[in-house]
Design a protein around this ligand. Structure first.
Ligand SMILES: CC(=O)N[C@@H]([C@@H](O)[C@H](O)[C@H](O)CO)[C@@H](O)CC(=O)C(=O)O
Length: 304
């Protein structure tokens, strides 16, 4: 069993970076890579939900994987999300990620048609078979409509290339169950950022999250407090994080559009979001000032 140490820590879910016309931008993708590298995060999860993969064609998804690898390979841990509507496309993405030197693959279950566990097992197994890379299951029932059971997780773990699960379901008990099935030989990632601290306490070894890049300092510090057993300090940060997430989700624009505006204020312009997601409104612009202030004040309070 290869060491799982490189998968520990705070791994922001990487955002789609667009130019002014809404096309994937290589330059802006590199800017976001540099920003996150400078913040000291341990890795990135590329092409997942926060990466708007569901709105990208295959060439765009390959381009994002390429631009990130070219900028960050060897500097932090790189996980490629390769889940796609068809097994064929997922395998093409998996092979591409392997050629680029990614550290691991990950995939949601099949989407749209409700397929039985045996089809989900076959889908993930076919992707795993396509390369030598380790594989991380992505469980996100609220968007896929499919819930990974501990029994299927145990069956998947019989394949030694399966190293863990990124769990985005809301009950932290799911994290505890997956950890119980896998033990120390697997890595369980906390998915819901609103309960990062409780997810870690219930057994998650690390976190992958869609809001991390908007406030990496807070998640990095919360993780340090958890590691040190300082749960009151960690929970105080989580409480501020939750106020910020609620604000990010309460605007006219989608959460990702608001986060991208926050990043723009911090000097990283990665464009807007792709329709049908909503971009921010005129009214949001003024309110984002308040969100940036909340983030800066929380960083000042907890990380200085
Ligand atoms: C449903 C959903 O999108 N969950 C997010 C969370 O990080 C989420 O953005 C956050 O908890 C705010 O609600 C992640 O689990 C997804 C993720 O990391 C990704 O693949 O981008």
């Amino acid at each position: 069993m290869a060491s799982l140490e490189k998968f520990h820590g705070i791994l922001p879910a990487f955002y789609a970076c667009y130019d002014e016309e809404g096309n994937i931008s290589e330059a802006r993708t590199k800017d976001l890579c540099d920003y996150l590298l400078g913040k000291g995060v341990q890795g990135v999860y590329v092409g997942g939900s926060s990466g708007e993969c569901i709105y990208h064609n295959l060439d765009e998804r390959k381009a994002v994987l390429t631009y990130v690898a070219n900028q960050l390979r060897g500097k932090m841990t790189l996980i490629a999300h390769v889940g796609a509507p068809s097994t064929r496309d997922s395998i093409e993405l998996a092979k591409h990620a392997a050629e680029l030197g990614y550290d691991a693959l990950s995939a949601i279950p099949p989407i749209y048609f409700k397929l039985p566990d045996r089809a989900v097992f076959k889908y993930w197994s076919d992707i795993i078979e396509a390369t030598d890379l380790p594989f991380i299951i992505y469980n996100i029932p609220q968007t896929t409509g499919y819930t990974l059971s501990p029994a299927l997780f145990a069956k998947m773990l019989e394949n030694k290339k399966v190293i863990g699960v990124k769990n985005s379901s809301m009950p932290t008990m799911d994290i505890e169950r997956f950890k119980k099935v896998g033990g120390d030989d697997v890595i369980v990632f906390n998915g819901p950022d609103e309960q990062f601290v409780s997810g870690r306490i219930m057994g998650a070894d690390a976190g992958i999250g869609g809001t991390y890049a908007s406030m990496p300092e807070l998640f990095l510090q919360a993780n340090e407090w958890v590691k040190a057993g300082k749960f009151a300090e960690a929970t105080a940060i989580q409480s501020d994080i939750n106020d910020i997430i609620i604000a990010l989700c309460s605007q006219d624009g989608s959460m990702y559009a608001v986060i991208k505006e926050v990043l723009r204020r911090k000097g990283v312009d990665i464009g807007g979001v792709r329709a049908p997601m909503h971009n921010i409104s005129e009214e949001d612009l003024a309110r984002v000032d308040g969100i940036v202030q909340m983030i800066d004040q929380a960083v000042e309070r907890h990380c200085k």
